[in-house]
Design a binder for this molecule. Sequence first.
Ligand SMILES: [Zn+2]
Length: 309
Amino acid sequence: MVTLSSIIRPVGRLLHRQLSRQGKGQRLVPVRRCNLTACSSKYVLSHMHPMWQEPLAIPGGDRQSPIDIVVRKSLFDPHLKPLVPAYDPQTCQQIWNNGYSFLVEYDDTTDKSTLKGGPLEDQFRLCQFHFHWGESNAWGSEHTVDRKLFPAELHIVHWNTEKYDLFEEAVMEENGLAVIGVFLKIGKRHEGLQKLVDALPAVRHKDSTVDFERFDPACLLPSNINDYWTYHGSLTTPPLTEAVTWIVMKQHIEVSHDQLAVFRSLLFTSAEEEVQKGMVNNFRVQQPLRGRPIRSSFSPFLTGDEPAL
Ligand SMILES: [Zn+2]
């Protein structure tokens, strides 16, 4: 008899290698397919992104990501606390081109780099961060705000070490992951990002890795991390499990066009492949909200802040 855990555990192990650190041997290649009928901007995307035109290969649930954040429908929750990231740059280990994005991976065997506060009741541990981006500056983010697309989006991935012993468990379970999303806009050169940009040519091809040390992902957070939206959703790459508490920053960060051009110079393909494919449009299209509440930690009506969009 095939038990659920016999399926889930191997998938979790594959995902751990895929998302968290370099594994030995074969890796799972993320499926770049999605059901466009679920996409709020399907007309535009079906013409622009051939990568997403096939049916979704994985059964979808009711809490999938990414989504469009409709600002006027988000619910201000005054009980949401400030977010408390505490990252030790010494836990940074390497960059890995996994054939879909590049992952900056951290040692997650200890509690040296953690995230708590915000909507989170438990302490979470940093394992990696990565980006999604488009082939042009007109699109690239996974989440949108009132249908507004950004050129790129940063995801900082953490797992719940209070409830789970292993990342493989956390990724399959309720409240297992916490992911911070930050939108990138084109503007000034981002000085903190530049060290990473300088290292990227070494991981141009799929499956390549390079040592990368002493990088604090906090330098990629916007100056105001207290204003955010939060909702329950999923991973945006297989196995698309609905284990994620999303924390999407209201304030974006700025990077230069040249910095994003280096992201776009990476390849989906390995050095051995005859036809090389540029790493662009590595995002999942949007999923239905299905009645989920999106809470905000801020009320524009109370603070009078200009939206940072
Ligand atoms: Zn992501």
